[in-house]
Ligand binder design. Structure first.
Ligand code: KG4
Ligand code: ZN
Length: 322
């Protein structure tokens, strides 16, 4: 089958075609990062407008790349939640139009779940497993059963991990998005220089706002180099994630873990988490960690097999309660 995946939940406009028989993807991702950088973060209204401007060209480029025509599409999948509401509406409206005109089924994809499933694309892993999403807006641990039902085990009670990287970077006058900038600085720092505490011990929930304030206050004292602070911060993030994931492994008796989302691009975390997590850890490749249409097409295909359709009366939703 040929599955079209459409992603417009934040600042990437992406369309992917997944050929389930060949297990191959043809996709185009148009990033707005350069537009939002000057504002120090994503401006929702500007994001929606740019999705509107880009979506058709991105779709046409992807269809050319796949070497198919509209009539070859069997399933249309689109991110319907969570995300910026205006941005989501662009993708959902485009997908509904396509589904109506082509008379093909429409699948509404949960963006967070798609981040997790993206690890299945290149790794030999299928549910049940634990799925951990660490992105700019989310930090969640789920248990995923063999029918792709999701059960929340833990989540952040304040800032998401990526948000913490971004806010610290903003304070340090580094460009948006802050994650890759902090990672680069940390490469030349001593991770054992400062010991930042881990919040919410013996709890599968996370809290990063205390760590964020602590790091920002430490930067303000000018007592340590930014490199040492970034390395020590990154080590604390890694230890925090591992502690909560290890607790989730104990609670769930599942010992295979997917770690996905934008922050999973971080090389330090990719190297260290498998050493300190008491289970087998799988990451999507770096290109699949940030927002992309491939993960939407792939997840839509899995949801199609479970007959989880999206009706014309269904709409985009900005946040989901798990
Ligand atoms: O998944 P994503 O593309 O968008 C959301 O759904 O949020 O994630 C973006 C987040 C940003 O906060 C960004 O700073 C972070 O992922 N990020 C990183 C790295 N690359 C991206 N954080 C730490 N280290 C990185 N190398
Ligand atoms: Zn995302």
């Amino acid at each position: 089958m040929i599955v079209c995946g459409i992603e417009t939940s934040c600042d990437e406009t992406s369309v992917s075609f997944f050929d389930s028989r060949k297990r191959s993807f043809y996709s185009v991702v148009s990033s707005q990062i350069d537009i939002h950088r000057r504002f120090g973060g994503v401006v929702p209204e500007i994001a929606s407008r740019n999705h509107t401007l880009n979506i058709r060209a991105v779709y046409e480029d992807a269809i050319k790349m796949a070497g198919i025509s509209n009539r070859d599409i069997d399933i249309i999948g689109v991110t319907y939640s969570p995300g910026l509401i205006g941005a989501l509406f662009v993708g959902v409206s485009f997908a509904k139009g396509l589904s109506y005109v082509l008379g093909k089924p429409l699948i509404g994809v949960n963006h967070i779940i798609a981040h997790i499933l993206s690890a299945e694309i290149e790794n030999p892993i299928h549910p049940p497993y634990l799925g951990v999403v660490i992105s700019g807006g989310h930090t969640h641990i789920f248990k995923i059963d063999s029918c792709y039902n999701f059960y929340l085990i833990g989540r952040t009670i304040d800032d998401a991990v990526g948000e913490t990287f971004d806010k610290i970077a903003k304070f340090a006058d580094l460009p948006y998005p802050g994650g890759p900038e902090l990672e680069k600085l940390a490469l030349n720092g001593d991770e054992n220089k400062i010991s930042f505490p881990i919040a919410l011990k013996n709890d599968t929930n996370f809290s990063f706002s205390g760590l964020k304030t602590n790091v920002i206050n430490t930067i303000a004292t000018h007592k340590y180099t930014l490199e040492d602070i970034c390395a020590s911060f990154q080590k604390t993030v890694s230890l925090t994630l591992a502690e909560k994931i290890n607790l989730a492994i104990k609670k769930s008796s599942l010992n295979r873990v997917i770690v996905a989302g934008g922050v999973a691009c971080n090389g330090y975390l990719r190297n260290n988490l498998p050493k300190i997590i008491s289970g087998e850890v799988f990451f999507p490749s770096k290109g699949l960690c940030t927002d992309n249409g491939d993960m939407i097409a792939y997840t839509a295909f899995q949801m199609y097999k479970k007959k989880r359709f999206f009706g014309f009366e269904d709409i985009a939703v900005d946040s989901i309660k798990f």
